[in-house]
Design a protein around this ligand. Structure first.
Ligand code: CP
Length: 315
């Protein structure tokens, strides 16, 4: 595997999940694979889990790690071809990507959606430009439209916790005070289409995700109906795709409560974190024995370690 850009880079999901669970049982089994190799992690946005779990994964493989908070510390980058650079941007992606490629063997990039222009975000300008101009493999650490490391983590976590062969999994929109990208939801939806699950999305009218992502996945606008008999409930806010980047009415009645969880088949509660308590989900749900959020965060290390293992084995 050259790059981990999206979940389409996973050739066999069951095999990948099995391999990640094996890594989790013996995280230092590949401790020499990355010896004398360096990973560079460039962050254009904040992070707790992605930053630390990817570092931990690299360290487990014996790699050196360089981390840079690009926004505020790096030169502001220009991405356009043939641009006269007499405005605010100081360095072109062509030089920046090639220079970083000389210092590192693998590169991770986090660059969220700006939520100003849908076409720009869905063209993945930042990540695709790094992939185009770098000479080393690039890992998506959450881009404008996808978070494939999180989705792989979620597949691992569901597999570890499922009690029946074909669980019912519900992705439920949640209210949030800020407009958030669709990246986590997009990758989760794509991932669930590769899993043997009865998968349903529920959200208020106006929060439909891109149809090229949801494809044939059923959408139920009645949250309580969708939650019936669910085995896993994944809560996530996202802003409108149609009315791009808007939060619309931000209906607080979509918060996940214990009363709603009682409609389910004692469902496990999932969220990628960070989460706004008592806005997105009540304390009673996230603190319950059925909450998987801490386990999900733990599995971020093994998802990242698997992706790095595949890249290092190929190189
Ligand atoms: N879930 C996730 O990506 O967390 P961070 O934003 O803290 O990295």
């Amino acid at each position: 595997m050259n790059n981990y850009f999206s979940i389409q880079d996973i050739d066999s999901l069951p095999d990948w999940v099995d391999e990640a669970i094996k890594i989790k049982k013996d995280p230092l089994s590949g401790k020499n694979l990355g010896r004398d190799k360096t990973i560079g992690l460039l962050f254009f946005n904040p992070s707790l889990r992605t930053r630390l779990s990817t570092q931990k994964a690299a360290l487990n493989l014996g790699m050196n790690v360089i981390v840079m908070n690009f926004t505020g510390e790096g030169w502001s980058l220009e991405y356009g071809d043939g641009i006269v650079m007499n405005q605010g941007n100081s360095e072109h992606i062509k030089e920046a990507a090639q220079v970083v490629s000389q210092y590192c063997d693998v590169l991770g990039i986090r660059a969220f959606a700006k939520l100003e222009n849908r076409e720009d975000d869905y063209n993945e300008k930042v990540l695709k430009s790094f992939i185009k101009h770098s000479t080393i493999p690039v890992i998506n650490m959450e881009s404008a439209t996808g978070h494939p490391l999180q989705a792989l983590t979620d597949a691992i976590t569901i597999t570890e916790n499922q009690k029946n062969k074909k669980p019912k999994v519900v992705l439920s929109w949640a209210p949030h005070p800020k407009a958030l990208p669709q990246a986590v939801a997009n990758s989760f939806v794509e991932m669930m289409q590769h899993m043997d699950a009865n998968f349903v999305i529920t959200h208020p009218v106006g929060f439909e995700l891109a149809s090229h992502i949801t494809k044939q996945v059923p959408i139920d606008y009645n949250q309580k109906n969708a939650l019936k008999d669910a085995d896993f409930v994944y809560i996530k806010n996202w802003s409108s795709y149609q009315d791009y980047g808007k939060t619309l009415d931000n209906d607080l009645s979509w918060k996940m409560t214990q009363e709603k969880m009682e409609l389910t088949n004692e469902a496990k509660f999932m969220h990628c974190l960070p989460v706004r308590r008592n806005v997105v989900v009540d304390d009673a749900v996230i603190d319950s024995k059925n909450s998987l959020v801490i386990e999900q965060a733990n599995n971020r290390t093994y998802a990242a370690q698997l992706v790095l293992t595949k890249i290092l084995e190929k190189s």
